[in-house]
Design a protein around this ligand. Structure first.
Ligand SMILES: NC(=O)c1ccc[n+]([C@@H]2O[C@H](COP(=O)([O-])OP(=O)(O)OC[C@H]3O[C@@H](n4cnc5c(N)ncnc54)[C@H](O)[C@@H]3O)[C@@H](O)[C@H]2O)c1
Length: 468
């Protein structure tokens, strides 16, 4: 995007947002926020909602093609051991730009699936041969962000269900394309938000479902993870793709770890929906200082150290979402949820339960009381899968295994997935929407309804179903 496009975007955004173009000042003239028809993209209502509860015929053994075998792909493949050994899944093909990454992963695969998989590599489009095969049911995508929308769209157009790492799309235009293509092809399109399947988050969700929290009115989620070292490492991310986003954009690029669980807590898409947001970034300092100190090839970054986005829901709840991968500080996803009867805060996990109005208190539950709640409301899935989870702790302590397990077992049984198309697009859209708000002095920005109005229908979260 050149400067002319950006200025034109700014004027159109200003028109929509009701702020004078002169107040818009942003040096980010290479941003990838949609430049075309912004008003239309923000106000569109073209989804038909038909993919809520999407079911397909049961697939007794899911045939999987994986694209992107870097850091993430190498972990995801290990989550299949139990499923392959129990004949629930088979990995048919692996694709990457690099042959050596494929060989390494295929060597591992051969230890759990004799013969391994077919390999596709050598150029940017070799992955299409995987999507073109007619003996694959599901494409699993773990490539750099810029490829996600294209790969999901191509996969669905070629009859595949898709499950993709976050974000599924980086522009509003691509969000709407995902809706159009998924609704037309009737394929599953799942954002692989592993944190929705973590033990702590599922425990909190279970307590909310059982009424421990009363009404949930506010929640906070985040991706706070000091990635400076990895982003400047020449070998960690292929072609250092990640830091390049920080050079040119300002907003929240990694929404799902915070938003996924929080949206589950609030029945988003299942009785409530996001209405509007405001987003603000702090100045950038920590990444550029580290870059100068390390003689890194780039020393200027558009993305502020901390982005904070506030989202208001249709039913009047509020969400605070943060994104900081620049600052030296301990990892956190916050995982805070406030109800009329209880409060949870993560990092470390603490619970307050104030059921009895005559005993309003100010302290977190003591260890013993906390443990009682932990045991009583542990999500049945984590109880039942404990042995397999422990054996797969390499996947972020077990949540990656639970996510892949649920995805495959839902397909095996012809059931709707836990995370559907509308969740996937909504969580992705917060990236461009946060950029638009940041570029417009944190102006309030409407969140489009990607569900075709289907969000008004209340239903229990799918992840609470007891699936074997
Ligand atoms: N959910 C999580 O906990 C989690 C953790 C890590 C990464 N991720 C996500 O996973 C994705 C990948 O991240 P990563 O850390 O593995 O990055 P990476 O750079 O290690 O891996 C990306 C891989 O994609 C390959 N690739 C690039 N272009 C390709 C193309 N056109 N065709 C085929 N392969 C191609 C690269 O060669 C590389 O091996 C990102 O979306 C990231 O956000 C998620």
């Amino acid at each position: 995007m050149n400067r002319k496009d950006f200025l034109s975007l700014s004027s159109r955004a200003a028109l929509f947002l009701g702020v004078a173009p002169s107040v818009i000042a942003c040096k980010d003239d290479k941003s990838t926020i949609d430049s075309d028809k912004l008003n239309e993209l923000l106000s569109q209502t073209k989804a038909d909602g038909s993919l809520v509860n999407l079911k397909h015929e049961a697939i007794p053994k899911v045939r999987v093609g994986m694209i992107g075998m870097g850091n993430r792909g190498s972990v995801l493949i290990q989550m299949f051991e139990y499923l392959i050994k129990n004949n629930h899944a088979e990995i048919v093909a692996l694709a990457d730009l690099k042959e050596d990454k494929l060989n390494k992963n295929n060597d591992y695969l051969s230890t759990i699936q004799p013969g391994g998989a077919d390999l596709y590599f050598g150029n940017e489009s070799a992955w299409k041969k995987v999507a073109n095969r007619d003996d694959i049911d599901l494409l699993l995508i773990a490539t750099p962000w810029n490829y996600h929308a294209e790969m999901c769209l191509y996969g669905m157009e070629h009859g595949k269900h898709v499950a993709c790492e976050q974000p599924m799309a980086m522009t509003l235009k691509d969000c709407w394309k995902l809706i159009e293509v998924a609704e037309r092809t009737k394929r599953h399109c799942m954002y692989m938000e592993n944190c929705c399947f973590n033990g702590e988050e599922l425990w909190v969700l279970n307590m909310i479902n059982e009424g421990v929290f009363g009404d949930v009115n506010h929640a906070e989620g985040a991706y706070i993870h000091d990635l400076r070292k990895h982003m400047m490492d020449e070998t960690y991310y292929e072609d250092q793709w990640r830091i390049k986003h920080h050079q040119i954009k300002n907003g929240n690029f990694y929404t799902g770890h915070g938003l996924g669980p929080v949206s589950f807590y609030m029945d988003i898409g299942r009785g409530d929906n996001y209405d509007h947001l405001v987003s603000m970034s702090s100045k950038e300092q920590s990444l550029s200082e580290a870059a100068v100190k390390n003689n890194f090839w780039a020393t200027e970054f558009a993305c502020g150290d901390m982005n904070t986005t506030l989202i208001k829901t249709k039913l009047g709840r509020s969400i605070m979402l943060q994104f900081d991968t620049h600052t030296g500080r301990p990892y956190s996803r916050l995982n805070t949820v406030t109800g009329t009867k209880a409060v949870h805060q993560g990092y470390p996990s603490r619970l307050y339960v104030g059921h009895n109005e005559l005993q309003w208190g100010h302290s977190w539950l003591k260890d013993q009381e906390y443990r009682e709640y932990r045991e009583r409301y542990d999500h049945p899935l984590w109880k039942r899968l404990r042995e397999q989870i422990d054996a797969n702790a390499v996947g972020h302590g077990g949540m990656d295994f639970v996510m892949i397990y649920r995805l495959i077992r839902c397909l095996n049984q012809g059931l709707p997935l836990d995370i559907n198309l509308y969740d996937s697009v909504l969580w992705s859209a917060i990236t461009p929407l946060s950029q638009i708000s940041v570029a417009n002095n944190s102006a309030s920005t409407k969140v489009p309804d990607f569900t075709g109005g289907s969000w008004v229908n209340k239903r229990k979260n799918e992840v609470l179903r007891p699936i074997i």
